[in-house]
Ligand binder design. Sequence first.
Ligand SMILES: Nc1nc2c(ncn2[C@@H]2O[C@H](COP(=O)(O)OP(=O)(O)OP(=O)(O)O)[C@@H](O)[C@H]2O)c(=O)[nH]1
Ligand SMILES: [Mg+2]
Length: 451
Amino acid sequence: MFDRLSERLQGILRKLGGQARINETVLDPTLREVRLALLEADVHVGVAQALLAAVREQALGEEVLRSLSPGQQVVKIVRDELARVLGSGERTELRFASRPPSVILLVGLQGSGKTTTTAKLGLRLKSAGHYPFLVPADVQRPAAIEQLVRVARQAGLEVLEHDGSQRPLEVARAGLDRARKAGFDTVLVDTAGRLHVDDALMQELAELKAGLEPSEILFVADAMTGQDAVRSAGEFHRALGLTGVVLSKLDGDARGGAALSIRHVTGVPIKFVGVGERPADLEPFHAERMAGRILGMGDVLGLIEKAEQALEAKDVAALERKIRKNELSLEDFRDQLKSLRRMGPLSGIVAMLPGMSHVKEADLDSQAIVRVVAIIDSMTPRERRAPQLLDARRKRRVARGAGQSVQEINRLLKQFAQMKRMMKTMESLSRSGRGKGRFPGLRGRLPFGGR
Ligand SMILES: Nc1nc2c(ncn2[C@@H]2O[C@H](COP(=O)(O)OP(=O)(O)OP(=O)(O)O)[C@@H](O)[C@H]2O)c(=O)[nH]1
Ligand SMILES: [Mg+2]
């Protein structure tokens, strides 16, 4: 699911993730690309706009400027905003009546997946220790009753059988009655669908609502139908007052737009997603997880968090002080590398590090870091603080100690000197007021490893 959207957003955001500085010039073209990707994935235009405005505002804020890895922070903001649009932090559990049996009404357009979802929900409730009773109240389509009876049986669920001669409300009342007598605590009512929202359908559903006082009215939306699903959800909500949405067919090649728009447009939480035709193919909806999936970067975000932990704030502050005084030593440099090592194996994550997206992974595996650390470890403390002491004789000694060649030592020293020069430039820029206070992207510019 979301394959294309994920792919596009990942491509766009990976570039952004590597940015050591975020400003309008970098951000705006990127956000335009994100907007296009969202619209092509059929995301409601208002949703895309609101999302990007929120991202932009935060991305250009102080927090990001001051962070260690501005580009990645922005990616994280996009993820958080996606999650917010999807309804993060909202209650998605089903509500039950204080006095059982609770009634759950499933409504939606024709073919959206109501009948299938009725059985799926029944199975889910049963597994959670409930006693669900299924009621086919679709007397519109001839085979609808049989269909629910069949899938219910398959799933080992109890279902009301009837000949379809009664009106839906009468059927549902009979079901409720049976449930009370037999001790079922939830009644799931499958209703008829129509090709389009029409008065007769809404009238029928309004009657069911008034007569049954359901604790949930779930709108089953076919995710594959994109904007249609969103529009009809809005219409159903206005007419009935929905309490939740089930997004079905997310296992198909849905473009994702419905998922991203429906919550925003209706204000009703998505409670479940259908991910297949079988009764077991229903999952509770998690906005954060879905946002992570859309960006395909749960791993990337985990990495950011890890990196933030590894580089603790106080270490960073101390490091900055040294840079300001131009006192950064090879020892500090080594400690930085070690922090990076603490994040675990580096292969696969390097491209995500700020400023490192251009470095091929193979060029920067953890071996490279081990090598650099070994070299620095082989120096005396004095040499680490004053690398200019390293003459040819000392370099040979260090090389032997680290099991490296003298060329490796020279390369490291040269990179380190470059880094210090660059930091000095950044520092004087920031003092002259042309750059912002701290050192955005500092870590991304540490020249560890490159061969
Ligand atoms: N792949 C996939 N197919 C689904 C999912 N949910 C439902 N379907 C299929 O979609 C088709 C329609 O599902 P139904 O449950 O009959 O839909 P309905 O809303 O009850 O349809 P009507 O009663 O005609 O309005 C069936 O072929 C289902 O197997 C899902 O999550 N994934
Ligand atoms: Mg049906």
